[in-house]
Write a protein that binds this ligand. Structure first.
Ligand code: RP5
Length: 161
């Protein structure tokens, strides 16, 4: 339990999704990175998403770019919360990814983050927040993260001198 799947559509998404796994690691969370392409690996997508809950996953983070059907198709096959990260694509700068992830039909939700790096990091934090509801250690790790972030923001004013 409390395991997070970090799924991406292609190895080309890894530089972005690595920001997710780095933050999960920093927060002390258990995660598994995977490449599952909605279009190139439809069978694998179905098998993974249908078994994810019984395989011990609690949250799925899914990053994809372009015609980014991965998060929505994972969500179609599971009631685990799915967080979608729109990868910044070359052609349309991630607007394509964002719109194809965020515009889910009613009944099958995907919690969609910002495009690119900020979204990848926030996906990790959102997953941690979901798990923190029932885990005091994760909650404390998140509070520590926030505290450090605040201190760094305050300290950054030193650079103005
Ligand atoms: C999507 O297509 C992936 O998520 C990736 O962002 C995009 C391009 O994939 P590659 O052609 O770089 O493998 O499925």
């Amino acid at each position: 339990m409390n395991k997070i799947a970090v799924v991406m559509g292609s190895i080309s998404d890894w530089p972005t999704m690595q920001l997710t796994t780095q933050l999960l690691e920093q927060l002390g969370l258990d995660f598994e990175p995977k490449i599952i392409s909605a279009h190139r690996m439809p069978q694998e997508l179905q098998t993974f998403s249908q078994n994810a809950k019984q395989d011990g996953f609690s949250v799925i983070i899914a990053g994809a770019g372009g015609a980014a059907h991965l998060p929505g198709m994972l969500a179609a096959n599971t009631i685990l919360p799915v967080i979608g990260v729109p990868i910044e694509s070359h052609a349309l700068k991630g607007m394509d990814s964002l719109l194809s992830i965020v515009q889910m039909p009613s009944g099958v939700p995907v919690a969609t983050t910002a495009i690119g790096k900020a979204g990848a990091k926030n996906a990790a934090l959102l997953a941690a927040e979901i798990l923190a509801i029932n885990d005091e250690q994760i909650a404390q790790n998140l509070l520590d993260f926030r505290q450090k972030q605040t201190e760094e923001a305050i300290k950054s004013a030193d650079q103005l001198k």
